[in-house]
Design a protein around this ligand. Sequence first.
Ligand code: GDP
Length: 407
Amino acid sequence: MSQKNMRNIGIMAHIDAGKTTTTERILYYTGKSHRIGEVDNGNATMDWMEQEQNRGITIVSAATTCYWKDHQINIIDTPGHVDFTAEVERSLRVLDGAVAVFCAVGGVEPQSETVWHQADRYEVPRIAYINKMDRTGADFFEVIKEIREKLGAVPVPLALPIGKENDYEGNIDLLLMKEIRWNPDNQGETFTISDIAPERQELADEWRESMIDALSAYSDEMTELFLEGEDVPLELIQKVIRQETINRSIVPIFTGSSLKNKGVQPVLDAVINFLPAPDDLPPVRCHHSKKDEDMLLERDENGPLAGLIFKIQQDKEAGPLCFVRVYSGELKSGTAVMNIDKKKRERVNRLLRMHSNHHEQISSVHAGDIAVVIGMKNAQTGDTIGSEGYPIILEKMNFPDPVISVA
Ligand code: GDP
């Protein structure tokens, strides 16, 4: 799969906002829409995976791959706790974009602020999903206000809830200017689209205008059309949203209820439409260990191999599973690579791709992608693997100053 069709994302949330429920819904819908690679299970028994399987679809691995509309989405597990740890930092470092989940009742809580600012520091583009619209006390517009005031972000709602609490029905899609209702009989897999009801037209027009107005700040073409009172084409709106989300000037806002299976698929659409592909991002900051100088590495599939080991999980049968994010070049199974930090040669016995309820053996993994390496003996998280002739280090262990947690 080319880098253009790949996304590496995290799902960030204050505890209890619905990160687990939302992730499960994402894995459910993506599993339904695309079942590929379900056959090759290799020979190792993954005890921890099997246990998890009995409990249904859930995220069990540091990076789980799913597919949505011809795109590969790697969901990187972002630790829920807000302590400033190397683990949190590392998980933020390897993702290219994030979905921030907020509770429609709790809004922006102190913990969400901390996590948000950590993501700011790692320059992670974000979309936001205001969950739990079905709960008593849900207030979509109050959460928007808090995102603006407490987080200092520029929220741009692309959806509005229709009703709330027990009467939460579905959303107004402000790009299509249609109402969408998910079908409760099949876990929201299907939905109906209808015209905006007359009593909601004024509200929809108002928010649509405020969306175009906000986006016009970044596009002369849009400003011109807006001022002339002409329709702005959908393609142009989407282009500006994508560009400014990646620039981190705006945060597109979605809403729904993961528990009631409403509003999750548009978030998946937004992940592929608005969050960056690996090669949309600037070159990677790293350090050339022989020359002892900092440098920028192009995200090139044909470049020298450079991958970061960002997590190691133990498996009884297979030994250490090293999760690697490849930034440049290609990592092949059955070859030898250098652990640059340890100055040791290591063997890539096998490469695996982890899915929500199975794993798949693969022969190689390219720049932009994530895989598990089996066979490395001396690896530690934070190490770079690469080639002997090109000894660069992706992560130097001098993290930025800690963020003070107010929670
Ligand atoms: P996490 O701590 O962020 O992973 O949150 P969970 O996904 O575990 O959800 C916390 C609680 O909120 C659980 O009891 C969920 O069932 C509930 N929950 C999650 N999403 C929704 C929702 O959309 N509506 C309602 N009413 N409850 C939800």
